[in-house]
Design a binder for this molecule. Structure first.
Ligand code: SUG
Length: 416
């Protein structure tokens, strides 16, 4: 049966705070802190357990092979000799944020009846620009069934950050939907990472119906406040669009276009005078998983525990749940290690609408498999990484061994 499956990126053993993402305030604020890869990865596993227990189908992706010595070789340097900023870029564990792995168009939206995935080029940030090769290999393994079409990235000058800038409205996940691509226009202090030409190329490749495809500009105010991806200020599920007042460049026109393309939409907008942009971004209120609960349970919001600690945000949410709004339940989860690099619950997952039987079963989670993964993490992931540790040859061997142990445990050694 066709359903929505959330694939979470397992947080890799090289997770560290190098302050690599300009425009991502958490990444900048925590630069140089000591990270906790083991705790980080276990927090990610607990989030998956939580969602499984809600009755939601769950998958996962492997961390990439880091530090990426092959990438340093293309820059004519090595792990030993690289300048510190390049070494840190080679060590990045940022593929954990699977929302940036690819853009996904379900089969019901495409003229050829396949579920299309285009791997993101992540061209704007050097530390993420070398993710796509490993991600593409993994997507081709997980989605090898003819039900899927997996595409290479769009060419690099046109920055593409995948599903983080893509939303879909539909009557039910398996029904044809309206796909909304949100792009930014650069020029400010912080970069706009999603290019309109990239979004349009993906829509053409995925053979989307132009009448059910929208391209909407993200607001500069949001980007400059630290919303480096649209999924920091808006999220959609089925008929509901949950959004901040300042998410889009021209709010009135954006809402009108969305209503015209999908009249059944229910727009739940949080006004700036209830939650201002700094609070929305600090708490990651919108970087939540808006999920349809099984058995007609309405919608739930799986959101970071920081949302509960931000008074304006929690007040708004409690009032919404107490009223007649579509969000019926709030589920705070602890992903603090990821949050400290600007990645909330929604960043950590890629949504794929498909029949789980068409996905390589090695990527599908159940409780036993999560136990097995947690055991490998507990045994092999470093407890801490400080910035000086990135120069340690011993740590390089440790993190490689850690990832290989995970690949072995899941019978995925072909991704080594
Ligand atoms: O690309 N942080 C990621 C966070 C991505 C969040 N994803 C979504 N919003 N979907 C980024 O900015 C920080 C890495 C560092 O500084 O070490 C980082 O890459």
């Amino acid at each position: 049966m066709t359903t929505e499956i959330n694939f979470d990126g397992i947080i890799g053993p090289t997770h560290n705070y190098a302050g690599l993402s300009r425009g991502n305030i958490a990444s900048a604020n925590n630069a140089g802190d000591v990270s906790q890869p083991r705790a980080a990865a276990l927090q990610g596993i607990e989030k998956m357990r939580h969602n499984l227990a809600l009755g939601l189908p769950q998958g996962f992706f492997m961390p990439l092979d880091r530090p990426d010595a092959a990438w340093l070789a293309t820059l004519a340097t090595t792990l030993d000799t690289a300048e510190p900023h390049l070494r840190a870029q080679a060590w990045s564990a940022s593929s954990m944020w699977a929302a940036n792995a690819a853009t996904v168009s379900p089969a019901a939206d495409s003229a050829d009846g396949k579920c299309h995935l285009t791997v993101a080029n992540l061209a704007t940030m050097p530390h993420r620009s070398h993710e796509w090769q490993g991600t593409l290999a993994q997507l081709r393994t997980a989605f090898a069934d003819p039900a899927f079409a997996v595409h290479p990235p769009v060419p690099a000058p046109f920055g593409d950050e995948g599903a983080a800038n893509h939303m879909r409205l539909c009557d039910g996940h398996d029904a044809p939907g309206v796909e909304i691509f949100v792009y930014g226009i650069g020029g400010g202090r912080f970069p706009a990472r999603q290019h309109l030409d990239a979004s349009k190329a993906i829509a053409r490749r995925h053979r989307l119906d132009p009448a059910r495809t929208l391209f909407i500009r993200q607001s500069d105010v949001a980007i400059q406040a630290g919303a480096f991806h649209n999924d920091v200020v808006a999220v959609a599920n089925e008929r509901v669009l949950f959004t901040h007042e300042h998410a889009f460049h021209d709010r009135t026109a954006a809402h009108a276009e969305i209503r015209a393309a999908f009249p059944a939409v229910e727009i739940v907008e949080v006004p700036a005078d209830a939650v201002d942009l700094p609070d929305a971004i600090k708490s990651y209120l919108f970087n939540a998983q808006l999920v349809s609960l099984p058995d007609g349970g309405g919608m739930g919001l799986v959101l970071p525990s920081e949302a509960r600690e931000t008074p304006a945000v929690w007040t708004w949410l409690e009032a919404h749940v107490a009223g007649n709004g579509p969000i019926r339940k709030l589920f705070p989860v602890d992903v603090r290690q990821s949050m400290a690099n600007g990645g909330g619950p929604a960043c950590l997952r890629l949504r794929v609408v498909a029949d789980p039987r068409t996905v390589d079963p090695r990527f599908i989670a159940d409780e036993n498999k999560l136990d097995r993964i947690a055991d490998v993490i507990a045994a092999h992931w470093p407890a801490t990484i400080a910035s000086g540790d990135l120069a340690s040859a011993a740590l390089v061997s440790d993190v490689r061994r850690a990832r290989n142990a995970l690949l072995d445990a899941l019978d995925l050694s072909e991704l080594a």
